[in-house]
Ligand binder design. Structure first.
Ligand code: DAU
Length: 320
């Protein structure tokens, strides 16, 4: 955003939970148009103080507890951050006035699609039908956003995107986990049979969609974001092995995720027709760029996998 809109002032509010990492912001920290504030979106005082100081005109809520496996272990924090945090942010928007509140949501609010019906896709009219505490908390937040639009006329938009991948992805997620493990010659834990399908989108294409929606999207509307790039987990893991020159013998099939969604597939017709959005990065190129980034930025992820994350990994994966 700072590159594309050098005149914008960008304020980043982040709690810096386990998944946050200040070094990710290194290149913009000294930019006079950027301010970082460490705070929790559930902290009404902190949020209101910041709104009073900065009077933002656009608020984009990227903040979420986002990992499905963690939500199965501890649902409550997901309700807190994802639902209460959304309400606190929107209350501040009502109090101080804004031009736009944008909610970054997920395709997981639609539940899943059967593997044997490749003709079916999620549209914006697909009913919400969630499977995990994580997706339920995101669906709850979406309903709240639409309620604030109808009840208070808050100028809102929502985007529901498919699985992202790319640089700076926390190593608990499929693609960075497999890259990091493969580079360390550790087993590659594939849940169940590895036949679940996800619709992968390069992170910058998601960001470009959000940029278009906050500037040109219609208030009160939901936009699905996805690039018609469905892949089975096992095929992604094999591809990562191939790109890194590692043996597929590292692949280990482990106990399946509880309530595991089978297939996600987005129909992005609306955002394409209304806002002209199209993904620009092909998966073949995006995955190469991503692997390159993890090879070139080992210190970024090695610091993570050697810290607190080790306990999480042990708990989730040993004896699985
Ligand atoms: O669809 C969008 C969603 O994508 C976002 O809303 C979520 O915040 C994000 O975490 C992601 O959810 P998934 O559950 O699809 O992502 P994850 O990377 O956890 O898993 C992708 C697939 O890979 C899923 O079928 C589970 C499988 N998997 C995952 C891990 C971490 C494995 O087989 N082994 C693993 O170790």
């Amino acid at each position: 955003m700072l590159e594309k809109y050098p005149d914008y002032r960008i304020i980043c509010l982040d709690k810096l939970t386990y998944a946050g990492n200040l070094s990710t912001l290194k290149s913009v920290m000294d930019n006079p148009n950027f301010r970082f504030v460490k705070a929790d979106i559930c902290d009404r005082n902190a949020v209101e103080t910041l709104f009073a100081e900065e009077k933002p005109d656009i608020v984009v809520n990227f903040a979420a507890e986002s990992h499905v496996d963690r939500s199965i272990e501890t649902p409550e924090i997901f309700l807190q951050t994802n639902i209460i945090g959304t309400a606190v942010l929107m209350d501040a928007c009502r109090k101080f006035g804004i031009k736009r509140y944008h909610q970054v949501s997920t395709d997981e609010v639609y539940g899943d699609l059967p593997i044997d019906r490749p003709d079916l896709f999620f549209t914006e009219n697909t009913p919400l039908h969630t499977s995990s505490p994580y997706s339920s908390s995101k669906a709850g937040a979406d309903l709240l956003v639409l309620a604030y639009y109808r009840t208070y006329n808050l100028p809102v938009t929502i985007s529901r995107c498919s699985n992202n991948y790319g640089p700076y992805h926390f190593p608990e997620k499929l693609i960075p986990l497999m890259i990091a493990n493969a580079l360390n010659d550790k087993p590659l834990p594939v849940y169940g049979e590895g036949i679940n399908v996800r619709d992968w989108l390069y992170v910058k294409d998601h960001c470009k969609a959000i940029d278009l929606i906050i500037h040109n999207g219609k208030v009160g509307e939901v936009y699905n974001v996805g690039g018609h790039n469905e892949m089975r987990n096992i095929d992604i893991v094999k591809l990562i092995c191939k790109e890194l020159g590692k043996s597929e013998d590292l692949i280990t099939f482990v106990k399946d995720r509880k309530g595991h969604d089978m297939r996600y597939a987005i129909d992005p017709t609306k955002i394409h027709n209304e806002l002209g959005w199209l993904p620009e990065t092909k998966f073949e190129d995006g995955i190469k760029k991503t692997i390159r980034w993890y090879l070139d930025n080992r210190e970024w992820w090695e610091e993570i996998v050697s810290g607190e994350y080790r306990n999480y990994y042990e708990k989730m994966y040993s004896n699985r």
